[in-house]
Design a protein around this ligand. Structure first.
Ligand code: NAI
Length: 390
């Protein structure tokens, strides 16, 4: 029997919800491109419930305990005395969400002698040291596509919020003002602007599709070129690298995974190549941007706005400069954990567990590493540094 260790974010400060704003959520059965939504044999929760917090337990307790497994759920994940560190040495499976990541560092992996499977309930497995996972033969899997549309909606919202100066204008309304000029002195139309995405995978492409009706000029860069038919349909301009793209864009959105190629990509040098007064939206990973260079670019006016929901580390310390830098539209890491998204990735986590325990293959599109190397979507979208050990 397995021990499953699950790290989730805390319940709301008002307590686990007894009721919800809406009675149901739309039933999504497949995604653009034909991939089906998760298909476990059963689920033990009501779609639309809060599942990502400790009391939600991703809806997994009944299933796991009925099979005789041990299920430990905690939000306590930092430091040697944390519940996570104490429970890790004999855990067979770790489940974590990127919003409240249980960082599986090389040191922790070395201590987790029984660990065989690390599941990301969501998308983005950079909180796992993938090299160390490969060395120890740990399978890493995530629920590909489960929250890609959730993030793309959030990114479009943030682009519009920054360009139209929505958040400061809302604040004037709340505080009783009617300060039109204060609101509009930084407010523009998106129409006609050049908007580019770093990476046009599931999220990046969904953002491009959603922006098309705004009559903007669309750009992208990616390791792989999109099919010609898609480039034509969306009238896309392809760039061989981020540098050539950011030079011509008014709005840049980052949608690549965090891996050695993208870590610190948006540093002082690349920010200096951007058009003055550009907007940067990062819902991918905090470490793709140089923390202090971003704050400086906002202060100098090189960037007109920065928004996103990803930070490093997470949770971000209270004095993290992105909380208070000018013209920011930051939120905690929420875009991929709407109640709608939670339903899909909790269902997908259940599917992965069922496959694992029943010795059935996990879908290739969910795999990041397997058998000591990148696999599935991991081989397509990630890289690992060359191992230097003999
Ligand atoms: P995906 O695997 O469909 O697409 C990733 C794309 O990035 C691929 O097309 C790949 O070729 C491209 N890419 C990789 N390295 C690149 C590089 N150096 N330059 C340009 N392109 C590069 O993944 P998806 O679903 O689009 O998610 C992307 C990332 O978004 C995730 O890895 C995760 O970090 C982040 N994410 C954030 C969420 C949030 O709540 N804020 C939720 C879900 C994902």
């Amino acid at each position: 029997m397995a021990k499953v260790l699950c790290v989730l974010y805390d319940d709301p400060i008002t307590g686990y919800p007894k009721s919800y704003a809406r009675v149901d959520i739309p039933k999504i059965t497949s995604y653009v491109g034909g991939q089906t939504a998760p298909t476990p044999k059963a689920i033990d929760f009501t779609p639309g419930q809060l599942l990502g917090s400790v009391s939600g337990e991703l809806g997994l307790r009944k299933y796991l305990e009925s099979q005789g497994h041990t299920f430990v759920v905690t939000s306590d994940k930092e430091g040697a005395d944390s519940v996570f560190d104490k429970e890790l040495p004999d855990a067979d499976i770790v489940i974590s969400q990127p919003f409240w990541p249980a960082y599986l560092t090389a040191e922790r992996i070395a201590k987790a002698r029984k660990l065989k499977l690390a599941i990301t309930a969501g998308i983005g497995s950079d909180h796992v040291d993938l090299e160390a996972a490969n060395e120890h033969g740990i399978t890493v899997a995530e629920v590909t596509y489960s929250n890609s549309i959730s993030v793309s909606e959030h990114a479009v919202m943030m682009i519009l919020s920054l360009v139209r100066n929505y958040l400061p204008s809302h604040e004037w309304a709340v505080k009783g003002g009617w300060n039109i000029a204060d609101c509009v002195q930084r407010s523009y139309d998106l129409e006609g602007m050049h908007v580019g995405t770093v990476a046009a995978g599931r999220i990046g492409l969904a953002i491009l599709r959603r922006l098309k009706p705004f009559d903007v000029k669309l750009h992208y860069t990616d390791r792989y070129r999109l099919p010609e038919s898609v480039e034509r349909e969306l009238n896309l301009t392809f760039h061989p690298d981020a540098e050539s793209m950011v030079k011509v864009c008014d709005v840049v959105t980052i949608n690549a995974p965090l891996h050695p190629e993208t870590e610190n990509l948006f540093n002082e040098a690349l920010l200096a190549k951007m058009k003055r007064g550009a907007y940067l939206i990062n819902t991918a990973r905090g470490k793709i941007c140089d923390r202090d260079a971003i704050a400086r670019a906002l202060e100098s006016g090189q960037l007109a706005g920065y928004a996103g929901d990803v930070w490093f580390p997470q949770p971000a310390p209270v004095d993290h400069p992105w909380r208070t830098m000018p013209y920011n539209g930051m939120t905690p890491h929420i875009s991929g954990t709407s109640l709608s998204a939670q339903t899909r990735y909790a269902t997908g986590t259940r599917e992965i567990l069922e496959c694992w325990f029943e010795d059935r293959p996990i879908r290739d599109e969910y795999l990041i590493t397997k058998g000591g190397k990148l696999a599935g979507v991991g081989a397509h979208s990630y890289s690992v540094r060359e191992l230097t050990k003999a």
